[in-house]
Each structure stands twice: as C-alpha cells, then as structure tokens.
Ligand binder design. Structure first.
Ligand SMILES: [Zn+2]
Length: 239
C-alpha cells in the first residue's frame, strides 16, 4: 500500500485520488512485498504515476494501456514538459514498464488470448500415428513432412482417390519454383511416405507410390531426384 512507502498524508491522498489510485496502491504493495528498497520503490511509483498521468491526458484509461502506449510514453520522456514530472530521465521508463507488467499480471489489462492453432486435419493426425507406429518416425520428422502434406491437402482437398502421379509431380514442381530444389526433394520424400500411408489405408490407388517415383525419375523431366542425375550428366558431358 502507498502508506508503506510514503509518510505524507497529502502525497498518499494525491496518488489515491488520481485516475489510477487503486492500481497504484496495489502496485506499491507489490513493490514492498517483492523487497524493493523504499527509495527505489518510490521512484518506480513516481514513474508509474507519470505514465498514468500522461495516458490520462491522451485519453487512455488504465485498462487500455498497451505496449504501444508504453512506447509512445518512452518517446515522450526526453521531451517531457509535464509540470509535476519535468526533467524525467529515460531510466524511469523501467518503473512504467514494471507498472504495466503489474497491470497485466493482476488482470487489470486483459491480454488477448493467443489464437488457438488451426486444428490439424484428422487424416494428418492418423498419418502421424501411422508414421510413429509403422516407421518409428520421431515427431520432428513427421512435423517436417506435415508441412508439405498440409499444403497438398489444401491444394487437392480430400478427394485423395483422384490423386495421380502427374498431379503429385506437378505439385512438387510448383513447390520447387518457389522454394528451390532442396525443399522440393523434401517434399517428394514427404509425399512418397504419405502415399504409402494412403495406400495402406485404402484411400488411394494401389501402385501410386510406384508411378509417382517413376514420374520423378522420368527422363527429360527435371525432378528433385533427377537433379543429381542432371548434375552428374552435365559434369560427365563437361569432362
Ligand atoms: Zn511527462
């Protein structure tokens, strides 16, 4: 409480009567509890009071304080001409920051809930289980595969029975245009594994894994696998 830090009744009254009286009272209590020396706690409290006063002047309520407001206040500090708080030095911003954190911790400022991640398609979850069970793959490997598979699912929807080697090949080619060959190779590996899973689950044509591999190594078609052959070929022709 403010009375733990200040002896002057007028000073305590002045703080309590301000736009954030209750919050400053609570902040003073927390600073004492945490063990700040009185002189330091008073400095932080003065900084908090300055922050509140500045915000009030700009039409910002205590519950509406934000990181942006704190940044703006930081820019105000070197230019400060406030009658009560003149000659503010930037180090006082630390007190304002502590007060802001206190407001968040105490729930005075409602922090927006972190957006929940987009739920994973059920099929991808089943694939994860399959990879773990059948291939002993670790989570990070499947996470890498999942990036490409999620994109494939966005691309083709759930009409997986219509997947064919040409479509898959096209999908890899499009990826290689934007992400390069190294990523295209990873994509191919991920898709091959996914196709094997789909076959095992009876969700796509048997033999698609073979035709996809053949499409990847078909002559005259640049492919992640063919890349090695192409490089080897050009090296051979150069020698
Ligand atoms: Zn000021």
């Amino acid at each position: 409480m403010l009375s733990e830090l200040f002896e002057s009744a007028a000073r305590i009254h002045g703080l309590r009567a301000g736009p954030a009286g209750a919050e400053l009272d609570e902040f003073a209590h927390v600073l004492s509890e945490v063990g700040y020396a009185q002189i330091t706690a008073r400095r932080h409290l003065r900084a908090a009071e300055h922050f509140v006063s500045w915000a009030h002047r700009h039409g910002i309520a205590v519950s509406g304080l934000s990181e942006q407001a704190l940044d703006r206040f930081g820019r105000h500090m070197p230019r400060c001409r406030c009658a009560q708080y003149g000659h503010s030095d930037r180090s006082l911003l630390h007190g304002a920051r502590l007060f802001f954190r206190h407001l968040k911790d105490s729930g005075t400022i409602k922090v927006a809930a972190v957006a929940s991640p987009i739920p994973e398609p059920a099929l991808l979850m089943t694939f994860r289980e399959w990879m773990h069970r059948q291939r002993g793959a670790c989570a990070s490997t499947v996470d890498n595969y999942a990036i490409h598979i999620r994109e494939l699912l966005r691309h083709v929807g759930l009409e997986l029975d219509k997947l064919d080697a040409r479509g898959l090949r096209q999908f890899v080619m499009e990826g290689s245009k934007t992400c390069g060959w190294a990523a295209a190779k990873k994509r191919t590996t991920a898709l091959r594994m996914f196709v094997r899973f789909l076959i095992a689950e009876g969700k796509c044509a048997v033999g698609l894994d073979v035709s996809f591999r053949q499409a990847c190594v078909a002559r005259g078609q640049p492919s992640p696998d063919g890349y090695t052959a192409a490089v080897a070929g050009s090296a051979a022709s150069a020698s």
